[in-house]
Each structure stands twice: as structure tokens, then as C-alpha cells.
Write a protein that binds this ligand. Structure first.
Ligand SMILES: [Zn+2]
Length: 84
């Protein structure tokens, strides 16, 4: 099973962002750069707020080395039912 980022829809997370008890992984998404357990809990940002800012900033990859060829932000966002 793939682990999908609830912020940007990237499906390459190494761990589930939150376990069954709701504990965050503290993994940083290679795509949008959201850190589960930090940006939400410590910074108080919702997925929606972070996503909006990320898209407004041009949808840059946090780790550009992981960006697939022919990457399509619109298609990726459909993984989480977000339409641009
Ligand atoms: Zn992400």
C-alpha cells in the first residue's frame, strides 16, 4: 500500500503520516515539505492552509531529486480529491 501525503497527494511517503493512534511520523514530504507532527501540531497549520500556500508558491519540490519526470501537480492532487 502506498502512503499518500494528505497535503499534496504525493504517494511516495516512506511511512504513514499518522499511525492508527494518530501519532505523527515526523517525516517530511519530499514533495510539499510538510512535516507531520510539526507543521500541523507545532505550527498550527491545517493541510488546506499549507496546501494553498504551497500551490501559491508554485508547487515546488522540497527534495527536487525525487521529482519524477513529467510530474503533473494537477494529477497528483487528484490522489486526495483536490482539483486545481
Ligand atoms: Zn506532500
Amino acid at each position: 500500500m502506498k502512503n499518500i501525503c494528505p497535503v499534496c497527494g504525493y504517494d511516495g511517503l516512506e511511512e504513514m503520516p499518522y499511525d492508527h493512534d494518530g501519532n505523527p511520523s515526523y517525516e517530511i514530504c519530499d514533495c510539499c515539505g510538510f512535516e507531520f507532527g510539526f507543521d500541523d501540531d507545532s505550527e498550527g497549520l491545517s493541510f488546506e492552509e499549507y496546501r494553498k500556500k504551497w500551490i501559491e508558491d508554485g508547487g515546488k519540490w522540497f527534495n527536487p531529486d525525487m521529482k519524477p519526470k513529467g510530474w503533473d501537480i494537477k494529477r497528483q492532487l487528484l490522489n486526495i480529491n483536490v482539483q486545481l
